[in-house]
Design a protein around this ligand. Structure first.
Ligand code: HDE
Length: 737
């Protein structure tokens, strides 16, 4: 999948390592080469690492000797290679990058990272799914983790967020229950990485506070097209403290430059088998190709004095802060620009803690956050051991000076006669405020000790309605289908019966449609009246890139012998110029020759893949250049026809020139799709065709814009819109897939 890395990218890589974290990590990197030799863990060079020392007799293989310490060491080390996987978020992918601030937020925080616009702060980001084991598939329906470690000059700051802004529960104490209910069931360890089972939906019903979040989890947010195309949210309410000592409540946001895009469900299901590493590879491929993923970083802030002015509790993690009431202020940019050197030591051993904050940032009484602050540190102890903060990926870039000592696997060697404070030498005292010491906000606290929360926490439906009301029609349809899929996997009637009744608290039409599909009794009255309100920023269709772009989109170009080389070259060059990733898909992965190409003179084109090797699911769009013989071959190939049909069913843009227009017609067979019959480009439901393909009509400058006239422009614009939603709204996709 990875292409050769161009020189410019290598330079960017070198530059990216030239930061504080990069240089620190470089010192720890071991570089095996043809000049280095295998040694034991203790440095003795080894002459044979393949044959266990044994006693042979007359060239007959004899018994092995326990004496062979080299062999024993190799096996011992292997036996202990695994560490416990994360109890949640076990499956993930990570990358390094940079955070830059473009507007100081000094009015609300005195944190260096939020006030100093000249800084470039190194970061490590780990994306993950929640429910699956470490080896599970990337594209399952699930929440995605979005955990950012900022290596700031004042210490590590971790935002351990998700791609959905709310959570299932309001109190950390319920976390083990919601996770037990979502993970495979205890009696048979089924299903893997799925919420589609009795226990999950039973829990969703039993805890009505989960209603808002499960609506998000049933939306397209839970099947992202790429980690690079999803939002990140801190979810919990934190606080910011400015130099005057004023406190604001804050929510953190990351908004992707490429827009928010998802897979379609059938595609996600197929990808889970066809390429379980789809998201992991996508992230690596984009960074290797120099298409660095970027997010705008924003904050929503509420002054302390206004805490109680809202009809929801601002400390409740099952609620969003609606953007029409509390707008997002974008102040910075996150960019990922370097892949990891080694998965285990970096992506697996990275350890995030919500409790890791720096001066100028604080916690709130958000009951989920308070519990998280305990849990993350604790879980790292069992995953990595007590000295996990010394692992290269977790080490801050500023000095770490304290009297915490010893423990298993301690690396750091601290000099000196004293290991306590205060001491007779005055060694290593705490820092004053002026020296950058963390000063706790003097929050006044008084109350009754009890196990309950404020009354506003009891409203579990208003924002579930707000979310559903704010979705576009296609998104609403997807929620309905997702719920119908999930509840179809529940075989205990009480589970799907009760859940469909709960849906009536959100939207009667939704509840009735789902009940009809899954077999429950249809509610006749709304459980609770729908308030009818909507809020901006909840529908993901609102997050298209500001300027239409096809950067980093994977476009498959299908060819067989006899293809039209002019159309092929023009389109693949155009795609590259627009920073997309064209991939040649042949009927075989050995040389394919163009129409009229002399096989004795030319080496032909070596496709990147053949049609059986990579399926249509792995591409954002397809191009089929004409060429009589090529199209004759493809039209006799069931796989090629299925490729086009499947891409059509998954709402992907398809472009065809010359004879390939007939191929598309044969594959799709829908009179509703208008195909070009002359030298004018036709766009119809995301199918872009040009019958009489002249070189001048597919070459030259192009402008990715709505209502463009040219063939290439129309096709690129269709890709920039991600999918042809009209195709789905009119039901055409279901007639073909
Ligand atoms: Fe986590 N969560 N969580 N979580 N979480 C973990 O910590 C926990 C919650 C999130 O890439 C664990 O290091 C509790 C919300 C991410 O390494 C563990 C509660 C959000 C990651 C843990 C929550 C998250 C984790 C397991 C309820 C979104 C992966 C391994 C109060 C804001 C980080 C680990 C990575 C991981 C506990 C709820 C996000 C057990 C108790 C809400 C992205 O400590």
């Amino acid at each position: 999948m990875a292409q050769a890395i161009p020189e410019s990218i290598k330079q960017a890589y070198a530059m990216a390592t030239n930061d504080a974290k990069g240089s620190q990590l470089n010192a720890d990197v071991v570089r095996p080469s043809t000049k280095t030799r295998i040694t034991t863990d203790f440095g003795t060079k080894q002459s044979n690492t393949d044959d266990w020392l044994r006693v042979n007799n007359d060239s007959q293989t004899g018994p092995m000797l326990l004496e062979d310490g080299f062999a024993r060491e190799k096996i011992h080390r292997f036996d202990h290679e695994r560490i416990p996987e994360r109890v949640v978020h076990a499956r993930g992918a990570g990358a390094f990058g940079t955070f830059r601030l473009f507007e100081s937020a000094q009015d609300v925080s005195h944190a260096g990272i939020l006030t100093d616009t000249s800084r470039e702060t190194p970061v490590f980001v780990r994306f993950s799914t929640v429910l699956g084991s470490r080896g599970s598939a990337d594209t399952v329906r699930d929440v995605r983790g979005f955990a950012v470690k900022f290596y700031t000059e004042e210490g590590n700051w971790d935002i351990v967020g998700n791609n959905i802004p709310v959570f299932f529960i309001q109190d950390a104490m319920k976390f083990p229950d919601v996770i037990h209910a979502g993970k495979p069931e205890p009696h048979n360890e089924v299903p893997q990485a799925q919420s589609a089972h009795n226990n999950f939906w039973d829990f969703m019903y039993m805890h009505s506070e989960a209603t808002h979040m499960f609506m998000w989890a049933m939306s397209d947010r839970a099947i992202p097209r790429s980690y690079r195309m999803m939002q990140g949210f801190g979810v919990n309410t934190f606080t910011l403290i400015n130099a005057k000592g004023d406190r604001h409540f804050v929510k953190f946001h990351f908004t992707p430059e490429l827009g928010v895009h998802s897979l379609v469900w059938d595609e996600a299901l197929k990808l889970a088998g066809q390429d379980p590493d789809f998201h992991r590879k996508d992230l690596m491929e984009a960074i290797e190709n120099g298409a660095y993923p970027r997010w705008k970083f924003g904050i929503q802030t509420i002054p302390e004095s206004e805490e109680h002015q809202f009809d929801f509790d601002i400390l409740d993690a099952t609620k969003v802060w609606p953007e029409d009431q509390i707008p997002i202020r974008y102040v910075g940019q996150l960019e990922l620009n370097r892949n990891v050197d080694e998965y285990f030591t970096q992506t697996e051993q990275v350890a995030f803690c919500t409790s890791h904050i720096v001066p100028g940032i604080g916690f709130s009484d958000d009951p989920l956050l308070q519990g998280r602050n305990f849990s993350y540190f604790d879980t790292q102890l069992s995953r990595l051991g007590v000295n996990w903060q010394e692992l290269p990926i977790n080490k801050p870039v500023c000095p770490v000076m304290n009297f915490n000592r010893d423990g298993a696997m301690r690396h750091k060697i601290s000099r000196g006669k004293v290991n306590y404070w205060p001491n007779r030498y005055d060694i290593q005292p705490p820092a004053s405020k002026e020296e950058g010491g963390y000063i706790d906000y003097p929050q006044k606290v008084a109350g009754i000790k009890e196990r309950s929360k404020s009354a506003k926490f009891l409203d579990h439906t208003s924002q579930a309605q707000l979310f559903f009301n704010s979705l576009s029609d296609v998104e609403k349809t997807h929620v309905r289908s997702a719920l119908s899929f999930e509840l179809d996997h529940c075989d205990e009637a009480i589970v799907y019966e009760r859940l469909t009744q709960r849906l009536a608290d959100i939207d009667l039409g939704l509840a009735q449609a789902v009940a009809q599909m899954v077999g429950g009794s249809q509610p006749e009255e709304p459980g609770k009246p729908n308030h009818g309100r909507k809020a901006p920023g909840l529908s993901q269709l609102a997050y298209l890139p500001e300027t239409p772009t096809i950067a980093s989109r994977r476009v498959g170009i299908i060819i067989a012998d006899g293809y039209d080389s002019v159309a092929f070259k023009a389109l693949s060059t155009g795609l590259k110029l627009a920073s997309a990733i064209p991939m040649v898909l042949g009927v075989r992965r050995s040389a394919i020759f163009a129409d009229g190409e002399d096989r004795s003179e030319s080496k032909g084109v070596i496709p990147d893949h053949h049609l059986e090797g990579q399926r249509s699911t792995m591409f954002d769009a397809l191009v089929i250049p004409g060429g009589q013989n090529s199209i004759l071959t493809l039209s006799k190939s069931g796989r090629a026809l299925h490729y086009i049909r499947e891409a059509f069913g998954h709402l992907k843009p398809i472009a065809a020139t010359g004879e390939a227009v007939d191929l598309v017609e044969k594959a799709i067979q829908l009179p509703q799709i208008h195909l070009s019959s002359n030298d004018e480009a036709q766009e119809s439901y995301g199918v872009v065709t040009l019958r009489n393909c002249q070189p001048e009509s597919i070459q030259g400058a192009f402008n990715i814009a709505k209502n463009a006239k040219g063939f290439v422009e129309k096709f690129f614009y269709a890709i920039s819109q991600h999918r042809s939603w009209d195709r789905e709204l009119s039901g055409l996709d279901k007639m073909v897939a």
